[in-house]
Design a protein around this ligand. Structure first.
Ligand SMILES: Cc1cc2nc3c(=O)[nH]c(=O)nc-3n(C[C@H](O)[C@H](O)[C@H](O)COP(=O)(O)O)c2cc1C
Length: 152
């Protein structure tokens, strides 16, 4: 069982969250990989797939949406999954993590955590204080959910 942290990122903030998640999931041989480098063929049943995207116009980026459409064609059965997004704190900011979670679930993945938002200070960031720590703690909740699943 392996953890794959797949992200898209224009300014590095979503990448930084993905790397913090991967660090916290090191015992699961986790690696953070850009959506452009991710090979869906590496995904096996029982693996953990974490998908991260900045919100772009109220939704995930086109590259992430394209990947999820591709994975939804039968590659997510038996895969454990969760999603996060990065966003600004607008009055109305939309959502990407919830949409990605829905697509992962529709594709057959087993969703092991609620969608998680992480906040940046402006379009280019940086991340708000404490967001990397929040990412590590969210990642640990994923590991706990997997452990619970493994011990019925
Ligand atoms: C074209 C564009 C559209 C965006 N739309 C939204 C949005 O709808 N809601 C939001 O909260 N942030 C929005 N943002 C801000 C991004 O969420 C922010 O740039 C991102 O979290 C930074 O992450 P990154 O460094 O990984 O790209 C938008 C940014 C861009 C460039």
């Amino acid at each position: 069982m392996k953890a794959h942290i797949v992200y898209d990122s224009a300014y590095g903030n979503t990448k930084a969250v993905a790397e913090a998640v991967a660090r916290a999931l090191k015992p699961l041989r986790a690696g953070a990989v850009s959506v452009t480098d991710f090979d869906p063929g590496n995904l096996a049943a029982e693996d953990l797939l974490v998908v991260g995207s900045p919100i772009n116009g109220w939704r995930p980026t086109p590259k992430i949406t394209q990947l999820l459409a591709q994975l939804g064609e039968g590659r997510l059965k038996g895969v454990n999954a969760a999603a996060f997004d990065t966003r600004v704190r607008f009055f109305i900011h939309g959502d990407a993590a919830r949409k990605m979670t829905k697509l992962l679930k529709e594709g057959g993945a087993n969703i092991i955590a609620d969608p998680a938002p992480f906040y940046v200070r402006g379009t280019e960031g940086p991340l708000r204080n404490g967001e990397l720590e929040k990412a590590a703690s969210w990642a640990k909740s994923l590991a706990t959910a997997l452990e619970r699943k493994a011990t019925p």
